[in-house]
Design a protein around this ligand. Structure first.
Ligand SMILES: NC(=O)c1ccc[n+]([C@@H]2O[C@H](COP(=O)([O-])OP(=O)(O)OC[C@H]3O[C@@H](n4cnc5c(N)ncnc54)[C@H](O)[C@@H]3O)[C@@H](O)[C@H]2O)c1
Length: 339
């Protein structure tokens, strides 16, 4: 059985559903603080519990035949972490360590961790490799790096088979599962909200970066490609454990993402140029060569496919909300779209 922490959230639920479809036994462990019960796939066990609750973790490992852990559960909002670092260190570091300790005590070796490109030095322009300089610019990134470092010692000392995946900008949906974060903080869902009139315009934060069109550039990876890497990691030989960048290896600017959304939806999207945001890098693109070569994994889907799947997911969610009597286009006070 695979324990999927954070399996009621965006990436965890898409992964849990893919594993169930493959016929694997899955238990989702999630406290629903940022997730949705109905995102947990049918056919998976569900434990509504917190990583901070060591006793609940211990019981889970004692009661279930867990062979591997996919650890997605985390707080993930950079801006929130700048306002309240404590909850990031408590949840992502202390909670993560509780999980790691419980897994190791129960003899579970395979441990796959969702890390992030936010651990790298933002000053870099060239594609980031796994050996690029590490220098988180916010408590979120720092909390993920701290957990990576603890995991590395468990690998050395306890022979934990630790696969660390450093995700770049995850996007897209897989059928009925996608990003439901409210308010929308990531670029593609924010852009699509402007299409349905839920926000007046999309703010482009800075158009004077030293990039081709002046807007910030990011590497957008489709969630289905990301999930495939996790599936590969479950059966990969132990000697392949290590840190891997998961990205496409090509960057798109905020303006290019908006243009892709206009092509997919057939609508013109109003934009406003705003100032740069503190701590935003001009370019953050992966070099995914290591994962390509060692794991035989490669991102295959295009930005346009990702936008299209998000658009379909958004329309489907709106239709369901209407059926349930909610107004999916209720006015929304526009915050900023985060590239
Ligand atoms: N979304 C991205 O673009 C992105 C990029 C880089 C890395 N990541 C990493 O991927 C992972 C998943 O991200 P996501 O976008 O699916 O986030 P999400 O917020 O949609 O899901 C996280 C889930 O974890 C659960 N959770 C949080 N704290 C918990 C706790 N203490 N105990 C139990 N459950 C808890 C939440 O309820 C939620 O269901 C995170 O570790 C994140 O750092 C995401």
């Amino acid at each position: 059985m695979i324990l999927v922490t954070g399996g009621a959230g965006y990436i965890g639920s898409v992964t849990a559903a893919a594993l169930v479809r493959q016929g694997r036994e899955v238990c989702v462990y999630d406290n629903l603080s940022r997730g949705y019960r109905d995102a947990v796939p049918e056919g998976a066990l569900f434990r509504e519990a917190d990583l901070i609750d060591s006793a609940a973790l211990k019981r889970t490992f004692a009661e279930l035949p867990i062979e591997a852990v996919l650890h997605f559960a985390s707080y993930i909002l950079v801006a929130e972490s700048m306002r309240n670092p404590a909850i990031y260190f408590d949840n992502n570091v202390v909670g993560g360590l509780n999980l790691l300790h419980a897994a190791q005590s129960a003899g579970v070796r395979r441990f796959v961790f969702s890390s992030t490109a936010a651990i790298y030095d933002d000053a870099a322009y060239e594609p980031l490799t796994e050996t690029s300089r590490l220098k988180p610019a916010n408590p979120y990134g720092e909390s993920k790096l701290m957990f990576e470092q603890a995991l590395e010692w468990y690998r050395k000392v306890h022979r934990m088979e630790a696969f660390v995946f450093r995700y770049f900008n995850v996007c897209g949906a897989d059928g009925g599962r996608g990003e439901r974060r409210e308010p929308k903080t990531h670029l593609i869902p924010s852009v699509l909200e402007a299409v349905v009139g839920k926000r007046e315009s999309v703010v482009i934060h800075g158009d004077d970066y030293p990039t081709a069109d002046g807007a910030a550039v990011r590497d957008y990876i489709h969630v289905k490609d990301l999930v495939n890497a996790h599936i590969v990691s479950l059966d990969a030989p132990a000697e392949l454990a290590g840190q891997y960048n998961l990205g496409v290896g090509r960057g798109y600017s905020v303006k290019e993402v908006i243009a892709a959304a206009e092509r997919v939806t057939g609508c013109r999207i109003p934009t406003v140029i705003g100032p740069r945001r503190d701590g935003d890098a001009a370019v953050r693109v992966s070099d995914p060569t290591l994962a390509n070569r060692r794991l035989g994994w490669r991102a295959e889907r295009t930005l346009e496919e990702a936008v299209k799947s998000s658009w379909e997911f958004m329309q489907r969610s709106s239709a369901e909300a209407l059926t349930n009597g909610a107004n999916p286009h209720a006015p929304y006070r526009a915050s900023s779209a985060r590239p």
